[in-house]
Design a protein around this ligand. Structure first.
Ligand SMILES: NC(=O)c1ccc[n+]([C@@H]2O[C@H](COP(=O)([O-])OP(=O)(O)OC[C@H]3O[C@@H](n4cnc5c(N)ncnc54)[C@H](OP(=O)(O)O)[C@@H]3O)[C@@H](O)[C@H]2O)c1
Length: 289
């Protein structure tokens, strides 16, 4: 098969042996695969794949499996290739109206956002959610998930305010929040504390703008607040299955849209990474074998 391969800090698309599914796994003929920040970190040598995972990058893909089903899959690697292997409990069906490009960029960001908002931060209907870094993949997922759950959603982003308002978010960030989803990090980690409502929760998922900040603990105690962090990739097969089951149940009742900023053929995966790195995109960058 053809597969994205990291060679001295660049992506080259090379011939690799076809992956072989193990117990409980399926082989996916990949139609589309999303790019994520973790892929860029892996390309730079800063985020090695977990033990036992392929070194082919790609945490999410969509395609067909042997019985003809159209699926999208959460992966610990290997999505940016013609063939990928996924655990059968890490699959979701691709709905009829969803294109391959949207499906290829769905799972990693929606699973991350769903787990952070509902399982960890316990967001509920009527609460106020602030999403920092809302125009990226996880952000547009979180905005839609929060609205679907009946929260009021405010989106903080440097660009794409009209598109975020079109999704249903407010873009005026003044106010207090029950849940803050942090996808940027850096100084936000300090200012978030001043924006917490009583019993507010801060969920830290991304720290691309910096992972150190000075924290005024007084805000946290006065607001009886909570800060927690999370990663998805390193979880066990069973833990990821729980995340996917919760997301699948939510999807059965709601329809979501994945804004795709640009798609690239697999052979141009390096260009896709560079487009991701350039920023100022709305939603996802996707490669299509
Ligand atoms: N913990 C986990 O399991 C997990 C899972 C998935 C993702 N992540 C992390 O979560 C973060 C978001 O993921 P993503 O897929 O949504 O990434 P993404 O598509 O690149 O989106 C990131 C967003 O943050 C904005 N941003 C970046 N630096 C900023 C800064 N200094 N100030 C203000 N805004 C800034 C970007 O805006 P611009 O376009 O203006 O730069 C972009 O809209 C990444 O750090 C990613 O690595 C973690």
């Amino acid at each position: 098969m053809r597969a994205a391969t990291i060679v001295e800090g660049r992506i080259e698309v090379e011939d690799r042996p076809d992956p072989v599914p193990g117990d409980g796994e399926v082989l996916i003929s990949v139609r589309a695969a999303g790019i994520n920040g973790a892929d860029l970190a892996q390309r730079a040598g800063r985020y090695p794949p977990p033990a036992g995972a392929t070194d082919v990058p790609g945490l999410e893909c969509a395609g067909e499996i042997a019985d003809g089903r159209r699926v999208m899959a959460l992966l610990s690697g290997g999505g940016q290739a013609e063939l990928a292997v996924a655990h059968e409990t890490h699959l979701l069906p691709v709905s009829d109206g969803m294109g391959w490009d949207e499906a290829g960029g769905f799972v990693e960001v929606f699973a991350t956002a769903h787990d952070a908002l509902f399982t960890q931060a316990e967001l509920s209907a009527g609460e106020r959610l602030l999403v920092n870094g809302a125009a990226g993949g996880v952000g547009v997922a979180a905005v839609q998930l929060g609205l679907a759950a009946g929260a009021t959603v405010t989106a903080s982003a440097r660009h794409h305010h009209d598109a975020l308002r079109a999704l249903g978010a407010d873009t005026d960030v003044d106010g207090e929040y029950d849940v803050i989803l942090e996808l940027v990090g850096g100084e936000n980690l300090t200012t978030n504390l001043g924006r917490l409502a009583l019993r507010g929760r801060i969920s830290v998922i991304g720290t691309g703008a910096g992972s150190r900040a000075e924290i005024e603990f007084g805000y946290l105690t006065r607001k009886r607040g909570r800060i927690h962090g999370s990663t998805l990739r390193s979880r066990t097969v069973e833990e990821k299955a729980q995340v996917m089951a919760a997301l699948g149940a939510f999807m059965a009742e709601h329809a979501f849209h994945v804004p795709v900023e640009e798609t690239f053929p697999l052979e141009r995966t390096e260009d896709a990474y560079e487009r991701f790195r350039a920023g100022n995109k709305f939603g996802k960058i996707v490669v299509c074998p």
